[in-house]
Design a protein around this ligand. Structure first.
Ligand SMILES: [Zn+2]
Length: 340
């Protein structure tokens, strides 16, 4: 995604997506400077909302990669959301938005703030931004994923039942509510409402599926699915030797092992443009590894950057290999076995 880093707050980079910048130009074109100012204040409010989530998340040791600003809103990209902190993390955003809104509206009674003129209508800056913050907070409390309200609902349910069941119920409630929203949108011919309803409906059903997959993956042990038939090559081998090995075994990638230690990984893609005399050690890549007591869930991030992940034992000796193809086959079998 094309985005520009503009500033760092609490150690979190804030990035503007290119479509957001294009929208700024459009807003300026249609609503002039005053429209642009109001729009910027709205997005400052979104940043504050996301920072509120991030602030609490950091207390739970969550790493926040960045806050990305898109034309439709902001997104704090967290590496994970801890179950024990979900309620507080989710509720922080709406609470801060609503409080900020109330404070701004109260302040407008005491401070002479500028008035913006957009399309012939007067918008007192403080009051307008205050109202927008309250709308932002309340809108996010809508109890459906991916809104904060969906997470709050799930966290509340999860205190009474399993996390998976809580997610399923929260997901069904979210789909039902977004369906009602969709009906309202269609009856009132409100395109924006229809789009929001579809967005929430999609998010509500996706959340449950992601969790089911994670749940299944975390029950599959790496050592139960890895290939233990290992054909390794040496860093001293030439590309010609490697091609002979490939011809014989027909695997597309090989671990590079020296004195019993895994030192690299080499695949068919690495040899397509090099001479036959080049040595494996000059073209091999650093291996992506996982420990043998881990689960399939831990393998997935590695497979995003590499076609195969090497499984090591406690002494860091190579015990097996898991490739993308292996995982796809397992998914097919799981799909077939799924009882629901
Ligand atoms: Zn939020």
């Amino acid at each position: 995604m094309l985005s520009f880093r503009i500033v760092r707050i609490m150690g979190i980079p804030i990035e503007l997506h290119i479509t957001f910048i294009l929208l700024l130009i459009l807003v300026y074109y249609f609503w002039g400077l005053d429209g642009l100012i109001l729009y910027i204040f709205l997005f400052l409010s979104v940043v504050i909302h996301e920072l509120a989530h991030s602030y609490v998340a950091k207390k739970y040791g969550v790493h926040i990669e960045k806050i990305l600003l898109l034309p439709i809103g902001g997104m704090a990209m967290m590496d994970r959301i801890p179950r024990e902190g979900e309620l507080k993390i989710a509720i922080a955003g709406p609470v801060v938005s609503i409080l900020l809104g109330i404070v701004l509206i109260l302040l407008s009674n005491f401070i002479e703030a500028p008035v913006l003129h957009i399309e012939g209508i007067d918008y007192p800056l403080l009051t307008t931004v205050g109202i927008l913050n309250i709308i932002l907070g309340v809108f996010n409390l809508f109890p459906a994923f991916p809104m904060d309200g969906g997470r709050i609902l799930r966290a509340l349910l999860a205190s009474k039942m399993s996390y998976l069941k809580a997610t399923r119920i929260a997901s069904i409630i979210g789909q039902f509510l977004s369906f009602i929203l969709l009906l309202l949108g269609i009856l009132s011919l409100n395109v924006i409402l229809i789009l929001i309803a579809l967005f929430i409906y999609y998010g509500a059903s996706k959340e449950y599926h992601v969790l089911v997959t994670e749940d299944v993956f975390s029950k599959i042990k790496v050592k139960d699915i890895m290939t233990t038939k290992i054909v390794a090559v040496s860093p001293q081998d030439t590309v010609k030797d490697l091609m002979d090995t490939m011809f014989k075994y027909r695997y597309m990638g090989y671990p590079v092992v020296e004195k019993g230690k895994l030192v690299g990984s080499v695949s068919f893609n690495d040899i397509t443009h090099v001479s036959e005399k080049v040595l494996v050690r000059d073209i091999m890549k650093p291996p992506v590894t996982v420990s043998e007591d881990k689960t399939l869930k831990d393998v997935i991030p590695g497979l995003e950057t590499s076609d195969r992940v090497y499984v090591l034992d406690k002494n860091r000796r190579l015990k097996g290999i898991i490739s993308k193809t292996d995982v796809l086959r397992i998914l097919k079998i799981l799909e077939f076995r799924k009882d629901s």
